[in-house]
Design a protein around this ligand. Structure first.
Ligand SMILES: Nc1nc2c(ncn2[C@@H]2O[C@H](COP(=O)(O)OP(=O)(O)OP(=O)(O)O)[C@@H](O)[C@H]2O)c(=O)[nH]1
Ligand SMILES: [Mg+2]
Length: 391
């Protein structure tokens, strides 16, 4: 090139040429243009880069439009409709044995293969657990950069909306690289696992300035919180630190795109050589954060234990209604843990059993007090048998 250019310009040109990501490429090209020589001899070069910039911007605009059309058009590619009493996503690196595990506990016949990425899209299957159905969803193998685009991103968006994430760790190979990539990709997709979401409560208000309560629960000073809020241009807010809160938890609470999902770990290929040692390593490193269940699909080991661990992590309970003088219903009503009689009554028949509620009798076979008469606000327990009467 005849034009005399500066070393900065040359360096920037290199950066620009090496950048593939479209939005970033535009930024780098803009930087390049700002460093381009101004003299007449460089006019053509500048003109060429400007044309290039226009082309890239048009390209980006087109891509974004396509994205919008795809979303707005309601295409449900990669979206899994929730069914059953709860949904669990299996997240792991490719070949970790996700499909084999699902096949072992459902009627599904997912492709099991020793080549990578045999499962290419989020794939649901139904697991029957006694009298309820739980939906298992295999997500395509996670790899570094999954969260950025394409199928990986799609998979993570399913994981964002699920009821429970099962981290699938292959016990036939090193666990640390698997854990690292899974945890970092979920984290970068703004999915927080087993985190206390109620540690800090945020209330955006119209006036009143910055109001901070419970600062003694925060890992820092009031001044730091003020500074952080001001830097984010927040002028009016109520922040309540209800339990011990780290700075990251505060940042997460301020970020509407962060989601909190219950999680557990399933070890696979527990029959493989070295799997016992790797399971022990997994326990040492992660049992404080996660419940961990080792399994073998090949040898059909621990599958029941795993299914019930999944149930526990869905935070649901089953209650059975009963008409006096008859047997209890075979199919349970499934409710979130913490539900009360009114929630169950509302599911049976709101007008009759809530609005015209007379009383409820709870039968707990294993309890000392087998029958108790209770009101609408009485907390339910797993396995409760419920007799409702109305006026
Ligand atoms: N020894 C042993 N091998 C297993 C077990 N489960 C799966 N495998 C093997 O591991 C390989 C991968 O199994 P898949 O079930 O396809 O794994 P996946 O995680 O669904 O893989 P992708 O969908 O391709 O990402 C296959 O060769 C299986 O035969 C197990 O319990 N024990
Ligand atoms: Mg698979």
């Amino acid at each position: 090139m005849p034009t005399n250019v500066t070393p900065e310009f040359d360096r920037q040109r290199q950066i620009y040429e090496d950048t593939e990501d479209l939005p970033q490429r535009i930024v780098e090209l803009q930087k390049l243009l700002s460093l381009a020589p101004r003299h007449k001899g460089a006019e053509r070069m500048r003109g060429n880069y400007r044309k290039k910039l226009a082309v890239l911007k048009a390209q980006l605009e087109k891509e974004r439009e396509r994205d919008r059309a795809r979303r707005g058009g309601g295409s449900d590619e990669g979206v899994v409709r929730k069914e059953g009493a709860g949904q669990v996503c299996l997240v792991g690196v490719t070949n970790s044995g996700k499909s084999s595990l699902i096949n072992a506990v459902t009627n599904a016949e997912l492709t099991v293969a020793d080549y990578p990425f045999a499962t290419a899209i989020p794939t649901p299957a139904m697991m029957i657990l006694e009298d309820i159905n739980i939906q298992l969803v295999e997500l395509p193998g996670i790899f570094e950069g999954s969260h950025e685009a394409g199928i990986g991103r799609q998979a993570l968006s399913v994981a964002r909306n699920t009821d429970c994430i099962a981290l699938v760790i292959d016990l036939s190979r090193d666990i640390e690289p698997q854990m690292t990539v899974i945890l970092s990709e979920l984290d970068r997709a703004r999915i927080r696992l087993n985190r206390e979401k109620t540690a800090v409560r945020i209330e955006r208000v119209g006036s009143g300035g910055l109001q901070i309560y419970g600062i003694q629960n925060f890992d820092g000073t009031k001044e730091e919180v003020f500074e952080y809020l001001r830097a984010r241009k927040v002028n009016n807010i109520i922040v309540r630190f209800q339990k011990h809160t780290t700075f990251q938890q505060l940042a997460d609470a301020m970020d509407a795109s962060v989601v909190y999902v219950r999680a557990m770990v399933i070890g696979t290929k527990g029959d493989a050589q070295g799997s016992i040692e790797r399971f022990e390593e997994l326990e040492t490193e992660y049992s404080e954060r996660f419940d961990i269940v080792p399994t073998s699909a090949l040898k059909q080991e621990n599958l029941d234990l795993m299914s019930w661990a999944i149930y526990e992590h869905l935070d649901i309970l089953r209650v059975y209604t009963k008409i006096p003088g008859r047997k209890r219903e075979r199919r349970p009503i499934v409710l979130p843990v913490g539900s009360v009689v009114e929630d169950a009554a509302g599911k049976v028949h709101k007008e009759l059993f809530v609005e015209r509620f007379r009383m409820a009798v709870i039968i707990r076979e294993k309890d000392k007090i087998k029958r108790r008469q209770v009101g609408l606000s009485y907390p339910l327990q797993e396995g409760d048998i419920l007799q409702l009467t109305h006026m």
